[in-house]
Design a protein around this ligand. Structure first.
Ligand code: FAD
Length: 324
């Protein structure tokens, strides 16, 4: 069976959920071989093995943290060459984070193949891997394949379930020779973002968003309370962000983040095309809006016509009561 390289996104050995989702997709195409780089890379092996990695290639060189993406591209190229030399490589799967997308594009160029970004599904037919993308503000779904070389595919978070699939997860050291460009751009400092204790917006299984209808930064506390009752991330429309009510890092949409959670709850958001572009692939969409004609109701699974200041606190209380 062909092998599929999976680039591991981890923090000091703790594997992030989108990587486990990639392993689910990788198993549909071939045998997943994970590539974990940087401090703690070897510690990822047990988790990766539990989710289907037959092999884990690791390298803990300091260069991965000290410089921008090129050392990681060098390492993935080395992994592509090693796996291709030993057998056949069907695809390279990479999470759709900003950094990983840059790595994917550079890697595809290096290995003379093509890159497909922001896939929401990956499967294989008799000609090889086929990626599904959601395009034109999620109005259309397209199927795409790379016609030359090994496809490099970035996959959006929440595109596949995390599945337990125990495999060997044999750890092997990856031998990497860094290119002349690897040390070109040095990282001089990192400022950790203040933690809210909530999940990362693009990775969250549930997102609760507020728009202009929330009518002030102080009122976002009711959106946060609903989010916290569900263990959700908080999102915001551009109108709410432009008004200074919520940080830009939480903006959902064309010029914000693209989310694809199991459940998206839009509160006081009209459903403009630019907002839809960032949330339309959510599995279940709920909206609370006092205007029954609001366009958001065209795409919801469940809609509540009502004042969010009445509906949202009641919903939060009900969820808390049911959770006990
Ligand atoms: P509005 O459209 O004003 O809607 C507010 C809604 O709240 C209304 O439907 C109203 O009925 C409802 N409401 C009011 N009070 C209550 C209440 N008490 N209870 C219940 N409902 C209530 N927008 C984004 O969101 N993300 C983007 O990334 C983005 N990128 C853009 C890029 C470009 C190039 C452009 C031109 C625009 C972009 N926009 C983006 C802006 C987008 O066009 C809309 O202006 C924006 O999404 C509107 O935000 P909103 O739905 O919160 O506000």
């Amino acid at each position: 069976m062909a092998e599929v390289l999976v680039y591991v996104d981890h923090v000091d050995g703790a594997v992030r959920k989108p990587t486990l989702e990639l392993l689910t997709l990788a198993r549909r195409i071939g045998d997943p071989v994970a590539v974990a780089l940087g401090a703690g890379a070897a510690n990822t092996a047990a988790t990766l093995a539990e989710h289907g990695a037959v092999k884990v290639l690791t390298d803990e060189a300091a260069e991965y943290a000290d410089y921008l993406v090129v050392p990681k591209v060098d390492a993935l190229q080395a992994a592509v060459e090693a796996v291709s030399a030993a057998g056949s490589l069907a695809a390279v799967l990479v999470p759709s984070s900003a950094e990983a997308k840059e790595i994917a594009a550079r890697l595809a160029l290096r290995i003379g193949s093509g890159v497909i970004t922001d896939a929401v599904d990956v499967e294989a037919d008799d000609k090889g891997p086929v990626a599904t993308q959601s395009v034109f503000a999620a109005s259309y779904s397209t199927k795409t394949r790379v016609s030359k070389g090994t496809p490099v595919i970035t996959v959006k978070p929440n595109s596949a379930p995390v599945e337990a699939a125990p495999a060997a997860g044999t750890v092997e050291a990856l031998s990497v020779t860094f290119s002349a460009q690897a040390t070109g751009t040095k990282v001089t400092g990192r400022t950790p973002r203040e933690s809210t204790g909530r999940p990362e917006l693009t990775e969250a299984a549930i997102v609760v968003s507020g728009g202009r209808g929330v009518n002030g930064s102080e009122n976002f506390s009711i959106i946060e309370a609903l989010a916290d009752s569900l263990g959700a991330a908080v999102g915001a429309s551009r109108a709410a962000v432009d008004a200074g009510w919520y940080p830009h890092t939480n903006q959902v949409g064309q010029t914000g983040k693209s989310v694809s959670p199991q459940l998206y709850i839009a509160n006081g958001i009209s459903g403009a095309i630019q907002h839809r572009a960032g949330m339309q692939t959510s599995k279940t969409i709920v909206a609370v809006n006092k205007d029954a004609e609001a366009p958001i109701f065209d795409l919801v699974d469940y809609g509540v016509v009502g004042d969010l200041f009445e509906v949202v606190p009641q919903l939060t209380e009900e969820i808390k009561t049911r959770k006990g």
